[in-house]
Write a protein that binds this ligand. Structure first.
Ligand code: NAP
Ligand code: G4F
Length: 329
């Protein structure tokens, strides 16, 4: 009999890759989905006959308890969140309710049903914000710069607190930006690769972006979900930075993506102040030495390969279905 796992956020980028990994490792996978007026299963369409979906919501403690009681998982991955940083200024209270108290609700639900369930919390490099140290490690103090970052600091420390207070196996992964063809269209990598595809196919001739000087440590989501799983296979729960250790500016991302299809980005990209943030995180770069040493984890996909993979996927998708992307901020 394989292990059982519950994933919150299974309809998101990471949830879909993690579900694939766990299924391939022989797990029974249950995904928690919130009620929407239309289904949002495009990332897990190919998995629907191998997973079980259960309705629950991070805002509803009893719904979480019910699913955990029914499934009795060995492992619980809390990936659900309001994950788009700009939206957190528009909806700071809801962001806190999802990401901070939502995490507490998950931990409480697990504590109520069975403290032996291993739990993974999706923490974020956004917690470092105005960075206190370069590169960032598990010891670097946090200085979040958005309601999203603040909510994730709460989620991180409440996870540490449940580990220390109740002896629960609660691990927090401090993941730096990770991307894929399944990334939401509003995040900068996907916005750029989708824009490049539309420009290459003659559907538009411009791409409006915000801060081109911001730097991020971008990796491939498929590599990063492997680290989540590894964290829950250890003897002891702990916190780990997951990053490539290489950073690039948004400008470099744009250059690489346009070059992949033989175009000069300067002819198409314009500054749109609507995409500037009230407070920016200028430069994130992680030191994943601990994960390499303890977990044996390392990233396999380089930045250039990642961007090429995303541009190629968007070219194929847009060519097959050239509907406008719509304006997302
Ligand atoms: P994503 O694609 O935005 O997916 C977020 C998921 O959360 C979706 O499945 C969404 O469901 C679900 N969700 C949101 N609110 C919910 C609620 N109230 N109840 C139940 N489910 C809810 O995010 P991702 O990129 O996969 O990231 C996964 C996690 O890692 C997030 O916690 C994110 O903050 C964190 N993280 C991401 C990165 C990164 O670079 N990707 C880096 C560090 C940390 P719907 O489909 O219904 O919207
Ligand atoms: O792709 P982004 O929106 O990702 P951001 O804000 O770094 O957050 C992502 O990574 C975090 C991990 O550090 C996660 F926790 C979080 O959930 C999310 O997955 O923006 C990256 C950078 C920013 O500096 C932004 O100002 O790109 C800059 N940027 C420039 N123009 C833009 C744009 N970002 C977006 N979304 N859209 C633009 O037009």
């Amino acid at each position: 009999m394989g292990k059982r796992a519950i994933i919150t956020g299974i309809t998101g980028q990471d949830g879909s890759y993690l579900a694939e990994l766990l299924l391939d490792s022989g797990y029974e996978v249950t995904g928690i989905v919130r009620r929407l007026s239309a289904s949002n299963y495009w990332r897990i369409e190919h998995l629907l006959d191998r997973i079980t979906l259960r309705p629950a919501d991070l805002l509803d403690q009893l719904s979480l308890v019910r699913v955990i009681q029914d499934v009795r998982p060995h492992e619980f991955y809390n990936l659900a969140a309001m994950s788009f940083v700009p939206a957190s200024w528009d909806q700071p209270l809801l962001t806190g309710d999802y990401n901070a108290q939502g995490c507490t609700r998950v931990l409480e639900a697990i504590r109520q049903v069975d403290t032996g369930i291993r739990v993974y919390q999706a923490s974020s490099s956004e917690m470092y914000g105005r960075v206190r140290e370069v590169p960032q490690t598990e010891q670097t103090p946090f200085y979040p710069r958005s309601p999203y970052g603040v909510s994730k600091v709460f989620g991180h420390y409440i996870t540490v607190n449940y580990r220390e207070s109740y002896g629960m196996f609660a691990a927090s992964g401090i993941l730096f930006n990770h991307e894929s063809p399944r990334r939401g269209l509003e995040f900068v990598t996907r916005k750029v690769t989708d824009g490049v595809a539309r420009i290459k196919l003659g559907l538009t001739d411009q791409l409006g972006l915000g801060n081109l000087d911001a730097r991020r440590d971008w990796g491939f989501a498929g590599d990063y979900v492997r680290a989540m799983w590894m964290m829950l296979q250890q003897e002891k729960a702990d916190d780990y930075v997951i990053a490539t250790g290489v950073s690039h500016s948004v400008r470099e991302l744009v250059e690489v993506a346009f070059r992949h299809v033989g175009l000069d980005w300067q002819k198409y990209v314009r500054l749109d102040p609507a995409f500037l943030r009230p407070a920016e995180v200028d430069h994130l770069i992680g030191d994943a030495s601990k994960a390499r040493r303890v977990l044996g984890w390392e990233p396999k996909v380089s930045f250039e390969r990642l961007i090429a993979m995303m541009v190629d996927a968007d070219l194929a998708r847009v060519a097959a279905q050239p509907a406008p992307a719509g304006a997302v901020r």
